[in-house]
Design a protein around this ligand. Structure first.
Ligand SMILES: Cc1cc2nc3c(=O)[nH]c(=O)nc-3n(C[C@H](O)[C@H](O)[C@H](O)COP(=O)(O)O)c2cc1C
Length: 214
């Protein structure tokens, strides 16, 4: 159909050497996140791919937005009854990955997922614009629906219903916190000799830092 073997570029924007890295991977993530924002060329720096092992045994990856990160881990919001929600509640071993092409970086996080606190989920839900709140209520995420009108009709109905009142957060919607067990930082380099630095949590909760071959 199409030969893409000439798609090829040299990665030359940056490097990741041992003397540059922070002993704490969350601090290293913070540094890279801000550098990527400043470098520019990535529309949504917080867009990441979440991979789960589904109830059907297949891995599935899809993009979500990172909403917060701190010493506990990485948080996104979603519907707990969606395909990913059911998958991660059944098998909490998940993978998050970021690809920041303009600065030639990738970050891959393996971690254990759990529901965020109700306080977090409620607080975040009510901080959203009303339209987004209603969109969340309207959509039974990942379920089969009859047509587009199903969503539009339900939205119009709910817009009237909640015109003067607060929209309650659906019980099956909220934050997912992923507590990292390993975080790999990948920096593209010339001649395919990329830098890969991996942090792994050991039994004493210390971060072991290793360089991987590209
Ligand atoms: C840029 C972008 C951001 C997205 N952000 C979210 C998000 O924060 N939460 C979410 O549940 N889905 C988000 N989605 C939609 C998901 O990719 C996915 O379609 C949805 O969560 C259903 O996935 P599932 O059926 O595997 O559970 C986003 C999609 C894109 C392309």
């Amino acid at each position: 159909m199409s030969d893409l073997s000439n798609y090829r570029k040299s990665y030359e924007k940056s490097e990741l050497l041992e003397h540059m890295i922070d002993p704490n991977p969350l601090m290293q993530f913070k540094k890279w996140f801000h550098e990527t924002e400043e470098f520019g060329g990535v529309d949504e720096v917080n867009a990441m791919t979440v991979s789960t092992i589904g109830l059907d045994g297949f891995p599935k990856a899809r993009v979500v937005l990172l909403k917060k990160y701190d010493e506990n881990g990485f948080t996104f919001v979603t519907n707990y009854n969606s395909e990913k929600g059911k998958a991660l509640l059944q098998n909490p071993q998940v993978c998050l990955s970021f690809f920041w092409p303009s600065i030639e970086r990738q970050v891959i996080i393996k971690g254990i997922a759990e529901k965020q606190t109700e306080a977090y989920s409620n607080g975040y839900f009510h901080s959203r614009p009303k339209g987004s709140q209603l969109g969340t209520v309207v959509s039974p995420q990942s379920q089969v629906i009859p047509n587009r009108e199903y969503l539009d009709d339900k939205l119009h109905q709910l817009e009237k219903e909640f015109e003067h009142t607060e929209v309650p957060k659906p019980t099956d919607w909220g934050g997912v916190l992923v507590r990292p067990v390993s975080i790999e930082f990948w920096q593209g380099r010339p001649n395919r000799l990329h830098d890969r630095i991996r942090y792994t949590l050991d039994v004493n909760s210390d971060w072991i830092i290793e360089r991987l071959a590209p």
